[in-house]
Design a protein around this ligand. Structure first.
Ligand code: ADP
Ligand code: MG
Length: 689
């Protein structure tokens, strides 16, 4: 197709663009003509209106037609030379056009000649100044772009606005006549969206500023629409396959419920009902179980896994880190072993001999429930009959990773658990292919954690406080600073702090150390000792962010808390407040920026995970919030999921409707092609009809 060939064509093959310019363009992220089409102007210069000196807008850019009355050159300092041109347009006002260190322009400013000036107008020392204006003789009206609204692009290297404007103009002329509108007519009409060629033209060379925002909306809609179509196709694909029907048919699950020492919260009951309906439907479940830390997701996941076992199948639980996998393993051990269900742990750091045995027992079906990191599925482990995968993902996998992962298995049911509440806009993108169960209720009797932020000057006071709580039989965590990208440095910092505290403040207390570089048996010993209460204080790297469950721990001290993201702090805080006792979270931090201060005050002021997630998204953007950049999912060129949440909702509705109406998009081959092209990295869409 001609337009696709054009979109993919590289800009370096265009006339007038040599290797030098091409490399400047590349610095702007522009390699293909399509990249250039979507290089949006940062702002616009409105040169439609020539203003007389009596109707200038101060503080803004103005286009002025005036004669040069006088020109003077002023040496202010050794390296500051000013050219001042007195200009007049016959009105009662005069103004000065002012240039700094641009001696060479003096010769262009012929006295008595009429020019168009374009520059920012300010009032200074009681005179009107036009600062550093562009100017052209009035006869040369077009050169300055007078009468039009002009785009202002980001620049790199030797590129100028002039070059960009002309290249963009040329490319628009080449492509727009060939460009079909991929979005169906009725969708455009229902949502009052501009057609694509107009949108591209208007966003670069607008006929009015109002059109710019309509054009931008259209382009943003396209991005969101393609993503949602991709998700809708995936959802549909998953629905066309069969999955094991899992229904209660034995005593295991009943026994499990009977042994629980508490009753489920209403939120847990609701979630369980939804999950049960999915599991018995004969189609694969794709569900996100979203609930704040401590809301009791694990119990629900265990019940689902037991249902698989009760029906003669296996289940797997995948955790993002080894520490968390081990933690889950102990919890499962506590609930499943007494029921006679054989469980296994599979993580990279196991001894080969042990690993081999676990792998064998998974293949033979001896092990019914296996816990591990995602190595579990990647390393080609063969299951006898896997019916359910639970992913405790903590934002570490997105749609793309999940899609890649599921291609490996047959079509097991999938339950994704996430502890950090995600703003709705974000969940419609990174989790947009999942049904959602929300657990918005905490088990009864929990007291909100009291949170304080203190500067490092008060460190000793904080340690005194820890000492006091510990003397009352409670336990504490001390979390070391986060060191992005370096587990080694993090481990060193933790070891140092541990040794120091052990030798000074907490000589009498029993202190343990936990970091990611320890052997897995070591970690296990430390965690078990802390859980039993043999250790009173646990000094740890942020590895424990996820999953540790010690209800007797009541104090969480976070060192250099300003280095953490909001959601991370919230996760860490969730490690305390898990029992009936009042718990405390103390943030030690000397934040240097206003933003960091604001972040800390957000966590201090609320324990509502949803609020925190919203703030986090606003402050850090979606990419960082997810921990990993979500390829193709949140790095949009035009759309911004915070600002465009309404468009997102529309795009989602239309996309799911369209795939419903035309399965596999078979009546929309071009649209399907565009989805495939955009999400090629995820692999082929399977043809289903
Ligand atoms: P999450 O994984 O959602 O952070 P967990 O499943 O680890 O939370 O549960 C946190 C703690 O609450 C665990 O000790 C768990 O046994 C307990 N718990 C779970 N559900 C209930 C409930 N309905 N009533 C009381 N305690 C509960
Ligand atoms: Mg958990």
């Amino acid at each position: 197709m001609k337009f696709l060939e054009l979109l993919d064509r590289e800009i370096r093959y265009l006339k007038g663009i040599g290797p030098k310019r091409a490399s400047d363009f590349e610095k702007l992220g522009v390699v293909t003509l399509e990249d250039l089409l979507y290089l949006l102007p940062r702002r616009y210069e409105d040169k439609r209106e020539v203003r007389s000196l009596t109707e200038l807008v101060f503080g803004d850019f103005n286009l002025i037609k005036a004669k040069v009355v006088n020109v003077e050159e002023v040496n202010v300092r050794r390296n500051l030379k000013i050219i001042r041109a007195l200009i007049s347009d016959g009105s009662r006002r005069k103004a000065y056009a002012v240039w700094y260190n641009k001696g060479y322009i003096k010769k262009f400013l012929s006295l008595g000649r009429e020019f168009l000036f374009y520059g920012k107008v300010i009032s200074k020392y009681g005179e009107i100044q036009v600062q550093d204006p562009e100017f052209e003789p009035v006869e040369d009206l077009d050169a300055l772009g007078a009468g039009r609204i002009l785009p202002v692009y980001p620049l790199a290297g030797n590129l100028t606005q002039k070059v960009l404007r002309s290249v963009v103009g040329m490319v628009l002329d080449m492509i727009l006549p060939e460009l079909p509108d991929i979005v169906p007519r009725d969708v455009l009409e229902r949502n009052s969206l501009m057609d694509l060629p107009s949108a591209l033209r208007e966003v670069h060379f607008p006929s009015s500023l109002k059109e710019v925002s309509k054009a931008r909306d259209r382009l943003a809609f396209d991005e969101l629409f393609l993503l949602q179509l991709f998700l809708a196709l995936r959802v549909r694909e998953r629905k066309t396959v069969e999955a094991p029907v899992l229904r209660p048919r034995g005593d295991l699950l009943r026994e499990f419920w009977n042994r629980l020492s508490f009753t489920l919260t209403n939120a847990q009951k609701r979630a369980w009902k939804e999950i049960q309906a999915d599991l018995s439907s004969g189609k694969p479940m794709n569900r996100l179980l979203q609930g704040d830390v401590g809301s009791g997701k694990t119990i629900i996941a265990i019940a689902a896994m037991l249902l698989a076992v009760e029906n003669g199948y296996q289940a797997a639980l995948m955790a993002p880190t080894e520490v968390l996998a081990e933690q889950h393993f102990w919890v499962l051990d506590q609930y499943l072993t007494p029921l006679g269900v054989k469980i296994g742990l599979l993580i990279g750091s196991l001894k080969d001999r042990v690993k081999r045995r676990v792998v064998e027992e998974i293949a033979s079906g001896d092990i019914k429930v296996v816990v591990g990191t995602h190595a579990l599925i990647q390393e080609g482990v063969e299951f006898k009959n896997l019916a359910l995968v639970v992913i405790d993902e903590q934002h570490r996998f997105g749609v793309m990773q999940r899609a890649a992962l599921l291609k490996k298995g047959d079509s097991p049911h999938v339950l994704v658990m996430t502890a950090t509440p995600i703003p709705r806009t974000l969940s419609l993108t990174i989790y947009g292919d999942l049904d959602v169960s929300i657990m918005d209720e905490m088990p009864p009797g929990r007291k909100p954690v009291m949170t304080y932020w203190v500067t490092s000057k008060k460190r000793e006071k904080v340690y005194e406080f820890v000492k006091k709580r510990v003397s009352l039989g409670e336990q504490a965590y001390i979390i070391c600073p986060l060191i992005e990208e370096s587990e080694v440095l993090e481990a060193e910092a933790a070891t140092k702090l541990f040794e120091e505290l052990n030798a000074t403040f907490f000589k009498e207390e029993r202190v343990g150390l936990l970091h990611g570089r320890m052997k897995s048996e070591e970690k296990e010993m430390v965690m078990k000792a802390f859980k039993r209460g043999d250790l009173q204080i646990l000094v740890s790297t942020p590895v424990i962010e996820v999953g540790i469950d010690v209800p007797n721990a009541t104090v969480m001290v976070i060192e250099s808390a300003d280095r953490f993201g909001l959601s991370q702090i919230h996760q860490l805080r969730g490690r305390v407040g898990r029992g009936p006792k009042q718990s405390y979270c103390i943030l030690l931090a000397d934040p240097k920026t206003e933003e960091a201060k604001k972040r800390l005050s957000v966590v201090v002021s609320t324990t509502d995970g949803f609020k925190i997630a919203e703030e986090d998204l606003k402050m850090r953007g979606p990419g960082e919030l997810c921990g990993v950049r979500q390829h193709g999912v949140t790095d949009f060129k035009v759309a911004d999921i915070l600002r465009d949440y309404k468009l997102l909702a529309l795009a989602r509705k239309e996309a799911f409707f369209l795939v419903e109406k035309s399965p596999n998009l078979k009546d929309y081959p071009l649209l399907r092609l565009m989805v495939k092209r955009k999400f090629a990295e995820v692999g082929e869409l399977i043809d289903v009809s």
